[in-house]
Design a protein around this ligand. Structure first.
Ligand code: HEC
Length: 429
């Protein structure tokens, strides 16, 4: 992959800006590398960009979207921190698309075009070690948002370490978000038996204090890959619990969400996922309450008790939120940047992976900050006229969470390169 990127840089450093790019030679590889994972007939985007005629039909809008950096979606400011698997276009790629559009969006000789990538299912992880769906769930008529937990029996009779996981929502119109837990008690099964419908209703967690968060899915998120030699520990005999938030708008729809896991064949270091900065235990100026027609900023703070290596951060809030940032200050005074999202967008959430694990010595203080605009100036405001908004589970309530994936620190972690290239192969001519 590194060689490809180098080759790409060398090739394109000779191609003068302002030449007339065509789809076959210049544009298709950019779209296949950065767009078609979503813009394909089975993808989450509303139209495909796999063929020349697809690209031509959307050419002007593509130029607008890449110039304004709205596409591909990536919320975190890449000047504040650089990420592994970072999904941004280079300025060169943006210019190529703009020049192509301005010069008539020419096809070139499409018979020479490289084969388009194929996307047969919604899954990105190929050949998972474990794949299971919730079955077919017919969502009843809802009077409230529903949080339903589905219990999946243990994928394996032995201890396992999950090295990658992916949630494939069965119905993107119905699934607001998904959390995956493991649990080695009987409580989830008992709760399931007590509820006549598939799974059981439970707000917040799973209803079992023993449940361990593995990870989740929110709109816009990709599969989660742990770094080499790390995994999420699932003890033998545990069950997997998939908690799905169905908003009231999903009344009467059908869902069959699936999870895919890969396991490590050997024991590896255990990584944990937790909302270390949160709107109940670590908020310093709560409660999270935003009266109608106000703009308010809240802060969260937590002191790390032991040395850890942090692998990723995933901020989470709803529609009234407009910006979210997090960082840490080490005992020696150094600041570590996690992320800053200047324009929070509820529709594009996800985890930001650091290029190397970040070492936080014991005593490091984590800080989170988020601003909420509950006025008519916020186009995402769910209420017109604005209503008072407080902490809650429904999409129209608010939240302020920063999930971190972390592991106990080992000397040298900070020098481990996790990834500096994309997860998606870069298609070259
Ligand atoms: C992670 C998935 C994803 C990726 C990657 C992605 N898109 Fe999109 N795109 C979407 C979705 C979903 C929409 C529908 C609007 C929305 O939800 O924001 C969209 C909308 C668009 C639109 C229409 C915007 C409008 O408001 O009319 C254009 C044009 C577009 N994308 C171009 C691109 C281009 C060009 C790339 C690659 C450089 C790209 N997209 C990459 C998911 C994606």
């Amino acid at each position: 992959m590194k060689n490809h990127i180098l080759l790409y840089a060398i090739l394109f450093s000779f191609a003068a800006h302002g030449q007339n790019p065509d789809w076959t030679n210049n544009i298709s590889c950019i779209l296949y590398s950065h767009c078609t994972s979503c813009h394909n007939p089975n993808g989450i985007a509303p139209f495909s960009l796999l063929t020349y005629s697809d690209a031509l039909a959307n050419a002007t809008e593509m130029k607008n979207q890449v110039q304004s950096k709205k596409m591909p979606p990536f919320l975190a400011d890449a000047n504040y921190q650089q990420y592994a698997h970072q999904k941004t276009l280079t300025q060169y790629e943006i210019d190529q698309i703009s020049d192509w559009v301005d010069n008539g969006a020419l096809p070139g000789d499409t018979t020479l075009a490289m084969p388009a990538p194929s996307y047969s299912s919604g899954a990105i992880i190929q050949n998972p070690d474990f794949s299971s769906s919730i079955g077919t769930y017919n969502i009843p008529v809802l009077n409230n948002d529903e949080y339903r937990c589905f219990v999946i029996s243990n994928p394996s009779a032995t201890d396992e370490y999950i090295t990658a996981f992916e949630v494939i929502p069965g119905n993107r119109a119905a699934v607001h978000h998904v959390l995956i837990f493991s649990d080695n008690t009987n409580i989830p099964v008992q709760l399931d038996l007590a509820d006549p419908d598939p799974g059981y209703l439970n707000f917040g967690g799973t209803g079992s204090a023993a449940s361990q968060l593995i990870g989740g899915f929110v709109p816009g998120s990709d599969p989660y890959y742990l770094p080499p030699n790390m995994g999420m520990f699932v003890p033998a005999g545990s069950r997997i619990i998939i908690q799905i938030h169905y908003p009231i708008s999903s009344s009467g729809l059908t869902d069959s969400t699936r999870v895919n896991f890969t396991f490590s064949p050997t024991a590896v270091r255990t990584a944990y996922d937790a909302a270390v900065l949160d709107h109940l235990a670590t908020i310093v100026d709560g409660p999270l309450y935003i009266p109608a027609n106000t703009v308010k900023t809240f802060h969260e703070q937590y002191t790390v008790p032991v040395d850890v290596s942090v692998l990723s951060v995933a901020p989470h809030a709803h529609l009234v939120c407009t910006s979210m940032s997090s960082y840490a200050v080490k005992p020696n005074g150094d600041t570590i940047h996690f992320e800053t999202i200047p324009h929070w967008d509820f529709h594009w959430q996800g985890a930001y992976y650091f290029q190397k694990p970040l070492h936080l010595p014991a005593g490091t203080v984590l800080y989170g900050e988020a601003t909420y605009d509950n006025t008519i100036n916020n186009p995402e405001n769910p209420n017109d006229p604005p209503q008072d908004v407080s902490l809650g589970e429904s999409t129209t309530d608010e939240m302020m969470l920063f999930y971190f994936v972390y592991t106990a620190y080992f000397p040298g972690d900070e020098n481990t390169v996790i990834d500096t290239s994309g997860l998606i192969p870069h298609y070259l001519n």
